[in-house]
Design a protein. Sequence first.
Length: 80
Amino acid sequence: LQHTQWSVELQRLQAHAQQRHAADAHRIRELEAAHLHAMETASQLQMELSSQALATAQLQLQLTSLQAASHLPYGSAEEA
């Protein structure tokens, strides 16, 4: 009788462990998918940031060029 109770308890514990394992595996897949999405978003944001930095640098260059041209005597800007 004791052996049967142990056997039933062992089966119950094994079934519970299998359920836990399946739930953990599912959660791991969810976390991996979320991590991949976060990495893709971070990469996209990094590209946007780089693009904005490039645009800012171009505007600063234009501003510097305009400032330099504004300090030249009239007519010299076309020659520069």
